[in-house]
Write a protein that binds this ligand. Structure first.
Ligand code: HEM
Length: 350
């Protein structure tokens, strides 16, 4: 009996260590609601290695260039907000007209080749069963995790769209960086995001870069009074003119690390875009910014909820859409895909 107390304490400490290790290693988000047609175990039989293939390959890519993590996170956001997460943003323009990629907010997107390379690796292992839209969602998740953010499960089963959105639809669905918080809140409310989701999603700006043109109207002709003086001075050095083509980081504290420092930036008036900084100025979002700045675990938790929600916007499932053989072209326009289908049919006849 005398030994029971230290032993019990040992057991308790061991249990706490083990359980906290597991609970921090992956957000337990599979209780979150998912739309019909998507599932947490979609490729369990048809492509059980898809997630490990994507993660391993991205580990290699990011070892060479960690800035690509931001590119892939933004790609998934731009895919989902315009016409749903259907990989339409990955389609090249066709003879019939310019693609979503040619619309102004998408001109600075990067990472298209990384997605197509992932697609090739996955299809080599499993055949043409995994959609480009699912690969983009997994790549965004792994970008967050591999740059220091939370790990979480992504519901899968999206199919690829057959058409891309117009320039107008793209502009209408992606708010500009000069929008204030009220505009961002009402724009995202149309997609069912509440203020906590909006502030959490904006935390995507904890990694990555921006071109001068996205924020120089805060510097010229007059400086935005909500911007810290020293921060503004340094930005004027990077962007000496309004249309300079240089780039700078979105989060000055830890530009390549997925953490809560973006919110600390905002509290110090060092947010790069009006759409960022105004989240701290606006009374509807200010306390949410502060709560994330002081509690990274809370930010990670709310970010996962909002990302899983975003990743399900207007998805195509079941028999709608298709599984593209090349993420940049739909199958009907893909000559090598069509040739291989003809060959398959020809061989199967004999
Ligand atoms: C809420 C409204 C948003 C606005 C107005 C906005 C605007 C922008 C702009 C203007 C850029 C820089 C483009 C350039 O000049 O190169 C950018 C970059 C970026 N955005 Fe957003 N964004 C928003 C939401 C989001 C969301 C929801 C995410 C992800 C969850 C996100 C992730 C990123 C990332 C990671 C980059 C850096 C990309 C790179 O390094 O290539 N943004 N955003």
């Amino acid at each position: 009996m005398a030994n029971a107390t230290p032993f019990t304490a040992f057991l308790l400490v061991s249990f706490l260590c083990i359980s906290s290790y597991f609970s921090f290693s992956k957000a337990e988000n599979t209780a979150l609601p998912i739309v019909s047609g998507l599932s947490w175990t979609f490729y369990q039989k048809s492509c059980p290695k898809v997630e490990s293939i994507v993660r391993k390959q991205l580990q290699k890519v990011f070892k060479e260039d960690i800035s690509q993590a931001a590119a892939l996170l933004r790609l998934h956001f731009h895919d989902c907000f315009v016409q749903g997460c259907d990989a339409s943003v990955l389609l090249d323009g066709s003879a019939s007209g310019p693609s979503e990629q040619d619309a102004p907010p998408n001109l600075t997107l990067r990472g298209f080749k990384i997605i197509n390379d992932l697609r090739a690796l996955v299809h080599k292992e499993c055949g043409r069963v995994v959609s480009c839209a699912d690969i983009a969602a997994l790549a965004a998740r792994d970008s967050v995790y591999l740059s220091g953010g939370p790990d979480y499960d992504v519901p899968l089963g999206r199919r690829d769209g057959l058409s891309f959105a117009t320039r107008d639809a793209t502009l209408q669905n992606l708010p500009p960086p000069f929008a204030n918080a009220d505009t961002i809140l009402s724009s995202l409310a149309t997609k069912n995001f509440d203020p906590t989701d909006v502030v959490a999603l904006s935390g995507g700006h904890t990694i990555g870069i921006s071109h001068c043109g996205s924020f120089t109207r805060r510097l010229y002709p007059t400086q935005d009074p909500t911007m810290d003086q020293t921060f503004a001075k340094n930005l004027r050095r990077v962007c000496p003119t309004e249309n300079s083509t240089n780039t700078t980081v979105l989060d000055i504290r830890t530009p390549n690390k997925f953490d809560n420092k973006y919110y600390v930036d905002l509290m110090n008036r060092q947010g790069l875009f009006t759409s960022d900084q105004d989240l701290y100025t606006n009374g509807k979002t200010r306390s949410i910014v502060t709560s994330f700045a002081v509690n990274e675990t809370l930010f990670f938790e709310k970010f996962v909820v909002a990302m899983v929600k975003m990743s399900q916007l207007s998805v195509l499932t079941g028999k709608t859409g298709e599984i593209r053989a090349n993420c940049s072209v739909r199958n009907a326009n893909n000559r090598s895909f069509l040739a291989s289908v003809v060959e398959e049919n020809a061989t199967s006849e004999y």
